[in-house]
Design a binder for this molecule. Structure first.
Ligand code: E4P
Length: 216
């Protein structure tokens, strides 16, 4: 499973990229609203220059013509930009048109396996079920990931499941075990994946013992 970072914060992206584990980035208007002094386009280009992988930037138009125009503009910002479009009838129509032009779409705000199937059939490259928000609403978000992976496999659909709205390290493991192609994580979850108290105490113990002898 590839790991994307779910953020518009360039410092977080740089740190994750240096670790060598970052395969892409997803942004959205809420994440971008936390940043200041920079346009969305400028930030997305900055991210693309930092990460060698797909970088999702989201459309805010609500109608087909507007979506198509906005998506073409966003896709022209940088070669590895993927355009995020929320799933609804207009979003599917725009995705169908844009995917035929070779523009990669990340179909977002997916909350059911039926929506995943529709997104994949319309030509989306990535389909993003929102796990955490489903869990918050009392559902089993991961079930949508499991079902989507199985459906895409059954019919050899080329779309990739991108597990989104990840809230915990447990979500990451569950998404990987479900066969999700990608998971997009908040930086705090990526950091939490790395930590284990036995690693910390083990390092301290080895350091303490290393002071008891000469290295060469
Ligand atoms: C996905 O691409 C979205 O940006 C994101 O995962 C939404 O997550 P949230 O529910 O934490 O806002």
């Amino acid at each position: 499973m590839r790991l994307f970072l779910d953020t518009a914060n360039i410092d977080e992206i740089r740190q994750a990229a240096r670790m060598g584990v970052l395969a892409g980035v997803t942004t959205n208007p809420t994440l971008m609203a936390r940043e200041s002094g920079i346009t969305y386009r400028e930030r997305v280009i900055e991210i693309c220059e930092t990460v060698n992988g797909p970088v999702s930037a989201e459309c805010t138009s609500r109608y087909v013509e507007g979506l198509v125009q906005e998506a073409r503009g966003i896709a022209s910002w940088y070669p590895n930009v993927v355009v995020k479009i929320p799933i609804d009838a207009n979003g599917l129509e725009a995705t169908s048109l844009l995917s035929k032009e070779g523009i990669k779409i990340n179909m977002t705000l997916v909350f059911s396996a039926n929506q995943s199937l529709l997104a994949a059939l319309a030509g989306a490259t990535y389909v993003s079920p929102f796990i955490g928000r489903l869990d918050d609403a009392g559902h089993d978000g991961m079930e949508v990931v499991r079902q989507s992976v199985q459906i895409f496999d059954n019919y050899h659909l080329p779309a990739q499941v991108l597990a989104a709205s990840i809230r915990s390290t447990t979500h990451v493991i569950q998404a990987a075990m479900a066969g999700s192609h990608v998971a997009t994580l908040p930086f705090a979850v990526l950091q939490a994946m790395l930590k284990h108290p036995l690693t910390d105490s083990g390092i301290e113990r080895f350091l303490a013992d290393s002071r008891k002898y000469a290295a060469v």
